[in-house]
Design a protein around this ligand. Structure first.
Ligand code: BDR
Ligand code: CA
Length: 309
């Protein structure tokens, strides 16, 4: 079966690292481009991390493009502490001679969508700024993208205020644009993650003896700075094997104006009624409710086998 063309949009990021690692190990997806967006750190820092990850995973042929240096209507606001000073805890990866694409993220996304003739999926695990700009700039893009998978939001509590989740809160206007495209959206939010919590020592037990020593060392050093689920990795795992999550179909709206609740994902779990009307393009999102921790661990065990060289 031919692999699904995908663009991976990310702000690496501790959990972004493991999401990328999973995606890169899969036979299901063909990563046509990786694009970077500020969030866990500045654009400059996350892009340097991305170049280092690209080298570490021995990638070639995949485009790597930097995105926006600031959010659509807001400045970049790097959260103190969450991902450490380098964005990968304290780990600094050597970017080697990995070069960036000359084009910006939104142009690369559009070009890859055109090339893929309607088959492209986007997996977005950072703020949705690059996607918002892409849909704003290219009116026909929404007809060319098959599905968007998002780590973001929550059906319950948040991590940036009581209800807001970081990726959506950083750029709620971009998120609003994306959720209104009418493209099928898969949303994995904070509510679904707890069963997939993993600590560094548990991760080490899943690694085979012959894993590449640099890969092992980087994984375990990054994990020293992480003490809650790897949100982005759970999201990628949930589309590599959709049995990982239990799903509901529901409308999701983004709050962009309230001073108290800007950035929250309003998931109409009870409703099934399109209260907000619209142009008919709007459709229900596939939202993860909970996940299967055992399957997730098994997927990590299989993933590590692909990094033995
Ligand atoms: C999301 O925000 C970032 O800290 C993580 O990389 C993840 O994408 C979780 O709220
Ligand atoms: Ca992220």
């Amino acid at each position: 079966m031919s692999r699904i063309p995908v663009v991976f949009d990310s702000d690496p990021g501790i959990d972004d690292f493991f999401a990328w690692m999973l995606l890169n190990s899969s036979d299901k997806y063909d990563i046509r481009a990786v694009t970077t967006v500020p969030g866990n750190n500045t654009l400059e820092t996350v892009t340097r991390n991305a170049r280092g990850i690209y080298r570490l995973f021995r990638m070639s042929g995949t485009r790597l493009a930097a995105g926006a240096s600031t959010h659509m209507l807001k400045p970049v606001d790097v959260p103190p502490g969450a991902h450490g000073p380098t964005g990968l805890g304290t780990v600094e990866l050597d970017p080697g001679d990995v070069k960036l694409d000359e084009k910006k993220a939104w142009d690369v996304i559009y070009e890859e969508a055109v090339k893929a003739k309607g088959e492209l999926e986007i997996i977005a695990v950072g703020p949705l700024t690059n996607l918002g700009i892409a849909f704003f700039k290219y009116a026909d893009l929404k007809k060319l993208v098959k599905r968007i998978v998002i780590m973001g939001g929550s059906t319950t509590q948040g991590n940036m205020g009581p209800f807001g989740e970081a990726n959506i809160c950083h750029d709620s206007h971009a998120a609003d644009i994306v959720f209104k495209t009418g493209i099928p959206i898969v949303m994995v939010g904070l509510n679904a993650l707890p069963p997939c919590a993993m600590e560094g020592d548990q991760m080490e037990e899943l690694m085979p003896e012959n894993i590449n020593p640099e890969v092992k060392d980087v994984c375990l050093r990054i994990m020293q700075s992480r003490h809650y689920p790897l949100c982005d990795a759970v999201t990628v795992a949930a589309v590599l094997d959709e049995n990982l999550a239990q799903w509901v179909d529901c409308y999701v709206d983004i709050e962009t104006r309230s001073p108290l609740t800007t950035g929250i994902t309003i998931c109409d779990l009870a409703g099934s009624k399109d209260y907000f009307g619209g142009d008919g393009a709007r459709q229900k999102c596939k939202v993860a409710i909970t996940t299967d921790g055992k399957l997730y661990y098994d997927m990590f065990r299989e993933m590590f086998k692909k990094y033995c060289w």
